[in-house]
Design a binder for this molecule. Structure first.
Ligand SMILES: *Cc1c(COP(=O)(O)O)cnc(C)c1O
Length: 449
């Protein structure tokens, strides 16, 4: 009756799983935002290293993890799978609840799993510096750590409101030796143009992406790294699901429910996609993706091609989207406020393989509080969506099912959000239907035949 299931380091998976060959319908290609034709690998080479581009388009089911990446993974992996007995007791369920704890990494989330891989591939190809965006700072932290491990410089464009309101992750990023600019910044043409119009602009994730991409595209020694959404990111995150499979086997369990929160979709895809072949072979596993009602991409967005950023620089992706000009309500789960989602996750939703659910932030913080007061750990506000969904299933089913959710990160640098919750200052937001239809008018018109 052990609570924590530790996989020996020697049993850590040595290849990532690529869901591409197993998807029920093929992924439509990314398109050039101007010509609306499929982007060529050459176009992507301006901002990404070759190895990453190959993975983005790969149809190999297993991709070997390079030894130098495994070497850094071993600083904190394999991560434990934990039976949440005290949470089960607190909610009085007969279901078994397990969580895969990705909060024990140096950055405190799952994000280093891809940051380390991306930093490595760039290093091998002679890149000197990576540029990226960050919202609340989790991705900036993960990439800064990874760049430090491989001796790369790192420039982080941080959404200006977060830069001002949430200094702690910025300080952590600086401590890893990276440069942080509040976005919009004077360091790019995109930033300059926005500041000329609106000097007080607080920025957005889409805008920070535009700046980071421009930085990489205009400097020969610099490439760009994205922390979510794209196929290669989801592939790197499958280390999470692959370890979970081995750990469930060690515990003699078969999962009935796999649950994760969805921002850009990478932690969720990393957990569920290794289980895809089993599910397609007829095993009864339910995949649940939990998102905020204030940013209801999977539950209310349209499934169509859209831009990835405000400046319309990135390739068009076919995904569920709320429109690239979407301005999210100021909810506290900063990592779940992106207008689009991973094409892999969207494909699974469109094929009814993933069930999306949306929750209000107050009910998620209540779930987080219950978790804190039973299991003892403080979850990230993003993670609280997965916890809410897991508790929901445990309460409504109460049939002995085995529920596994992904504990994507800790909330120790999100204490101001918990303070607002404890003071009763948190509001719930529904995203108005008019705003969705308004923002979607901006989507590109693409002939898909
Ligand atoms: C970034 C982040 C998320 C959301 O990103 P995904 O790509 O959807 O995984 C979720 N949880 C935590 C803790 C994060 O830092």
């Amino acid at each position: 009756m052990e609570n924590r299931i530790y996989l020996p380091e020697s049993d850590m998976p040595k290849a990532w799983y690529n869901p591409m060959p197993d998807l029920p319908t093929p992924l439509p290609p990314p398109l050039d935002p101007q010509t609306k034709q499929p982007v060529s690998p050459d176009q992507l080479a301006v901002i990404f290293p070759q190895a990453v581009i190959e993975q983005e388009m790969s149809s190999e089911r297993y991709i070997p993890i390079p030894e130098p990446v495994l070497d850094i993974y071993r600083q904190f992996r394999p991560s434990p799978l934990v039976r949440a007995r005290k949470l089960e007791k607190a909610i009085g369920t007969s279901c078994k609840i397990y969580y895969k704890n990705e909060s024990l990494s140096p950055a405190g989330s799952h994000k280093p799993n891809t940051a380390i891989a991306q930093a490595y591939y760039n290093k091998v190809e002679g890149v000197k510096r990576l540029s990226t965006e960050t919202g609340a700072g989790q991705w900036g932290t993960a990439l800064s750590y990874a760049c430090k491990m491989f001796g790369l410089d790192c420039t982080v464009y941080m959404v200006k409101v977060s830069y001002n309101q949430k200094p702690y992750r910025r300080i952590l990023i600086n401590s890893y030796g990276s440069t942080v600019y509040p976005s919009p910044s004077e360091h790019t043409k995109t930033g300059q143009a926005i500041l000329a119009q609106d000097p007080d602009c607080g920025g957005s994730l889409g805008l920070a992406i535009s700046e980071a991409v421009e930085d990489a595209a205009t400097h020969d020694d610099t490439k760009y790294a994205l922390g979510s959404v794209l196929n290669h990111v989801c592939i790197h995150q499958t280390i999470v699901g692959l370890e979970t499979q081995k750990q469930l086997e060690m515990a003699g369990e078969k999962p009935d429910y796999l649950i994760g929160c969805v921002g850009g979709g990478s932690n969720f895809a990393g957990l569920v996609s290794p289980f895809l072949p089993q599910k397609l072979a007829g095993e009864n596993i339910t995949f649940i993706g939990a998102e905020p009602k204030a940013c209801p991409t999977l539950t209310r967005g349209q499934f169509r091609y859209d831009y990835g950023d405000v400046a319309k620089l990135t390739p068009l992706l076919k995904m569920h989207t709320l429109g690239s000009s979407f301005m999210p309500a100021p909810i506290h789960a900063g990592g779940l406020r992106y207008h689009g989602d991973s094409p892999i996750v969207c494909n699974l939703v469109a094929n009814n393989i993933v069930e999306p659910r949306a929750y209000y932030q107050v009910e998620c913080f209540e779930a987080a509080q219950l978790f804190l007061n039973s299991e003892g750990f403080l979850p990230a506000p993003e993670t609280s969506h997965a916890i809410k969904a897991a508790i929901d299933v445990a309460q409504t089913k109460n049939d002995g099912s085995t529920i596994v959710f992904l504990y994507s990160g800790h909330g120790l640098l999100d204490l101001a959000s918990y303070d607002a919750f404890l003071q009763g200052d948190l509001k719930n937001f529904d995203y108005p239907e008019e705003h969705i239809s308004e923002a979607l008018k901006d989507c590109p018109v693409v002939d898909e035949n």
